[in-house]
Ligand binder design. Structure first.
Ligand SMILES: Nc1ncnc2c1ncn2[C@@H]1O[C@H](COP(=O)(O)OP(=O)(O)OP(=O)(O)O)[C@@H](O)[C@H]1O
Length: 699
């Protein structure tokens, strides 16, 4: 094995280290000045992280590509092959975005011979895409909380391009070495990243076109953005001035696959904020009745033949069934404890490669270790880092468990076939993902689960996933965890973020929802009426901000739908009435030029917003303990009673020395007036932060 691209001395050290570490590798070729191997030159293979499931015990299908060749997907692939434009696929969960991206990426690579990087902003989806995190393509830190300003970010991106070509010798992708990027979960990208990517691509690729001519095929689910009812109206990706230039082809995928047709219509209405009272009634009654019917049917199957049971027992059983089927959804505050149990019973284990510390000393080694390490956590596969299952708890499967050994499937995948696994003689699904079961027994290395709907009791061992880079297979991380997801953790935000499978048997309670778009996002996770029960939706639906207005307006434009049927519309940004016909033009101009200041009840030009909001900054006068707006500070410091006493001789608390120095220095009482900026948590509402972010992302 060779470490390519390092300078000779570093390379020699690295080689020795890794050679010592891995006995089985061939002798290093120190004479050739870092000639790329044939693997590295093979198109489309750079930067590939491989994830393999150990086929012993239960084999889980973690790759899950069954519709790459479906008619809907292939029609999108045809469009992508014909056009040279960048494309963006929008849609809610389950609309096939990832499948389309994967199919287009493969077609660009295999049919047009392009070097394609498969990336996502979401680590879990990066794994599902068989790709890498965008951060690894761009050279960004994964866990960095603070984003640098655009200039710094551009510097980081350019530096990474240089590192990839000079030090890593193109063993991984960079924005220069690939011809196309598959960019998933764009809704998670801050504006500044997209703007820097565009600017740096144009510079380093020496091409004035968007992204320097790099083909970008992206997907986004803007309904899943982290916004809450009080969020701002501006500063989102789709409001960037050159958004349409960056993505000339934008499509909305309307069909949630596998979902009941009427339920699909209501899910769309919930997402777009157009649910009527009748729709809510249908949602509540239909889900309730069908769910209870399903519970009865299951029980009847299990107890068929027991006719002597008396009516009372039957009724009791039915009540019990109903209770068991409907797990109430948790709200965010309660669920937090469940999600991060202090003493997990089944922690996930991550086995590091031996001598990882030594390998880290070489730049490429450091980069690879970082990339693999952040890709190998249980959460990246949809499992949990901390699992606390007890006997009697309910949980559902994260992956479909397969029946036969994995060898055929691996061969089939490595042969690059995109046909269905069943057709290639691959293992078939034994227990589908999402099935709800009850923990019967817990052993050290397996959990016995009873799946009542399948009438099966099955031992579930830990899934063992090995993660490595295709060109450095010696560096391996092994992840182990039970592929189970506790039912107690079903709550709006976690389902959306962590769950890859569809949900069954839970309650959508309007009163437990707190976040924008929760109802639509939850509904898009279910397929049939019998999977859930909706209650109290009417209470929730009346609340302001329950659908994210900027996203709704953007999607209306994308789908050529009217924002409203009335002749006039209320602009949430400038708080004015606008004729419906002109609404879109007005909105786009409005959000790019002004913001509403709630303190002054007036619009403020975007260019002056930062300075304006500074005036509303609240500060604490330490002398009198009062919170005062910054604009009133000057007046306050002249009139603050407790402060005026400070330098007077009857202030026993002021040390004589301080008083003398102050008088000698000519400091008047005003200059001694003290002020403390309040911490964010004390402030009633962080308007500054909201507007600050907006300013930063728009300019
Ligand atoms: N054309 C299709 N026909 C039927 N089912 C499909 C089709 N495309 C995708 N699916 C299935 O729909 C489900 C969601 O697909 P995919 O993951 O690609 O969508 P997504 O929009 O990325 O949604 P999610 O956020 O739920 O992952 C998967 O189970 C997939 O197999």
């Amino acid at each position: 094995m060779r470490i390519r691209g390092a300078n000779t001395s570093v390379q020699a050290t690295a080689l020795t280290t890794i050679m010592r570490w891995c006995n089985s590798v061939a002798a290093p070729d120190t004479t050739s000045e870092s000639q790329p191997t044939s693997t590295a030159l093979k198109r489309g293979t750079r930067g590939k992280i491989v994830r393999e499931v150990d086929p012993r015990g239960f084999f889980a299908d973690i790759h899950d590509w069954h519709h790459l060749a479906s008619p809907e997907t292939t029609s999108q692939v045809r469009v992508a092959l014909k056009t040279k434009d960048n494309m963006l696929f929008c849609g809610s969960q389950g609309t096939g975005k990832l499948t389309v991206l994967r199919a287009i990426g493969e077609a660009l690579r295999d049919e047009q011979g392009l070097e394609v990087a498969f990336t996502s902003f979401d680590p879990l989806r990066a794994h599902r895409l068989d790709g890498i995190l965008v951060h690894h393509l761009l050279g960004l830190r994964v866990n960095s909380d603070e984003l640098p300003v655009q200039e710094q970010l551009e510097g980081t991106l350019e530096r990474h391009v240089r590192l990839v070509s000079a030090v890593y010798e193109n063993a991984v992708h960079s924005i220069v070495t690939c011809d196309a990027i598959i960019l998933d979960s764009l809704h998670l990208a801050p504006c500044v990243i997209l703007r820097s990517l565009d600017a740096v691509c144009r510079r380093v690729r020496n091409n004035p076109e968007p992204f320097g001519g790099l083909r970008v095929i992206a997907s986004a689910d803007f309904w899943a953005m982290n916004v809450h009812p009080g969020s701002d109206t501006g500063g989102y990706l789709f409001q960037l001035p050159d958004w349409d230039r960056l993505f000339p082809k934008q499509l909305y995928l309307p069909t949630i696959y596998g979902q009941d047709k009427e339920l699909g219509r209501l899910t769309d209405a919930a997402l777009m904020g157009t649910l009527t009272n009748d729709d809510i009634a249908t949602l509540q009654t239909k889900s309730q009745h069908t769910m209870v019917d399903a519970a009865h049917a299951t029980r009847a199957q299990v107890h068929s033949g027991s006719a002597e049971e008396d009516d009372k027992k039957k009724q009791q059983q039915q009540r019990e069934d109903k209770r068991r089927m409907m797990t109430p959804m948790l709200d965010a505050s309660k669920g937090q404890f469940e999600i991060n149990p202090r003493f997990p019973k089944q922690p996930f284990t991550l086995h590091n490669p031996p001598k990882a510390v030594h390998i880290k000393r070489v730049e490429i080694g450091n980069f690879l270790i970082g990339m693999l390490y952040t890709s190998a956590f249980a959460e990246r596969y949809g499992m949990l880092g901390k699992l606390k299952l007890e006997v009697g708890n309910k949980a559902h499967l994260v992956f479909p468990l397969m029946k036969r050994a994995a060898s055929n499937y691996s061969k089939h995948k490595s042969a690059g076939s995109s046909s269905s696994p069943a057709a290639a003689g691959a293992p078939v699904v034994d227990i589908p993902a999402g099935v709800v079961g009850e923990v019967v027994r817990i052993h050290e290395h397996r959990i016995t689960m009873l799946f009542p709907s399948l009438q099966r009791t099955v031992d579930i061992p830990r899934v063992r996933v090995t993660t490595y880079h295709s060109e450095y297979p010696e560096l391996r991380y092994h992840t182990e965890q039970f592929p189970l997801y506790p039912r107690t953790m079903v709550m709006p935000r976690t389902i959306i973020r962590d769950q890859r499978c569809r949900l069954k048997g839970f309650m959508i309670d309007g009163r437990r929802m707190a976040d924008t778009n929760d109802l639509g996002n939850l509904l898009s996770k279910v397929q049939h009426w019998s999977d859930f029960q909706a209650i109290n939706i009417r209470d929730f639906w009346k609340l302001e901000g329950i659908v994210h207005e900027p996203t709704r307006i953007f999607y209306c434009k994308l789908r050529s739908l009217p924002v409203s049927r009335s002749s006039e519309l209320w602009c949430k940004n400038c708080k004015g009435h606008v004729a419906s016909k002109e609404f879109h033009e007005h909105w786009m101009q409005c959000i790019r030029s002004v913001r509403w200041c709630g303190e002054c009840d007036a619009t403020v030009p975007l260019s002056k917003l930062e300075a304006h909001m500074e005036k509303h900054q609240v500060v604490l006068c330490i002398d009198c303990g009062q919170a005062i707006e910054w604009k009133n500070w000057e007046a306050h410091r002249l009139a603050c009673g407790p402060m005026m006493r400070e330098l007077s001789s009857d202030n026993d608390f002021l040390p004589d020395v301080t008083r003398r120095i102050a008088v000698e220095l000519g400091l008047d009482k005003r200059d001694l007036h003290t002020v403390k900026q309040l911490t964010k948590s004390v402030l009633p509402k962080s308007k500054k932060e909201v507007y600050g972010r907006t300013m930063q992302s728009l300019h």
